[in-house]
Design a protein around this ligand. Sequence first.
Ligand code: NAD
Length: 252
Amino acid sequence: MTADFSLAGQVALVTGASSGLGRTFAGFLADAGAKVVLGARRAEKCAEAAAELGDAAFPVALDVTDADSIELALDAAENALGPVTLLINNAGTVTNRALVDTPPEEWRQVIDTNLTGCFLVTRAVARRMIAAETGGRIVNVSSMLGQTPTGQVHAYSASKAGINQLTRTSALELARHGISVNALAPGYIQTDLNTDFLNGPAGERIVKRVPQRRFGQIADLEGVLLLLSSPAGSYMTGEIITVDGGLSLSGM
Ligand code: NAD
């Protein structure tokens, strides 16, 4: 095999790394040879997750909606492990409510975290990559709901659609600096938080619509995450890669 999936020499920042996909993604990147900065608001949870990964991992307190917090986290990360060369914009939140019942504050909170957060961290990291002339890779965690409509998740779906277009526009603008930007758009992936929901009656209904007739496991995302992060995928930019067992083909 000549394709190079190694992340040796890279310093990765994973946002929202205190739980779920982010926490496991940090492990995938460390296994591939990267040093990994784990960021989330709950510093103690990040420290717990980083401790599991050993010396190659470093926890930082990070609120993606707060530009000052992002700069402080990047300063701390740089001092500990060196400049960030790989960014995984994973932090996210979701609410479920009918459009007509959605309070504006709830809408704003989801858009602020998912879309504005992705913009703010991308801006801060890209500025540093450009100044250091290192080039770099950015992987945005979107969702199949950014392209396929369903009910009760309006702000979330709009935020992920926004991330898809932010992925394309930033890829276009940052390519000249050697920075690629792509997005990973998962379907339903089982995590600690949603296992009860997916194993319940709602999950039974949803799984019937998945052409592969199963929910995804986090391990199903490892290959695409590494492709978008490593030299093997270096000629890709501005792509949205869906990993959903075919669900977006059948509609919701
Ligand atoms: P999760 O709730 O376990 O993880 C979200 C993480 O983001 C947590 O660590 C949380 O602390 C962090 N976070 C939230 N607000 C933040 C903020 N302001 N600043 C910093 N960190 C913040 O959920 P998850 O399922 O692991 O989701 C991770 C990402 O994957 C999200 O972007 C989500 O939209 C996306 N996603 C998940 C699925 C799925 O089925 N689990 C499917 C598609 C997309």
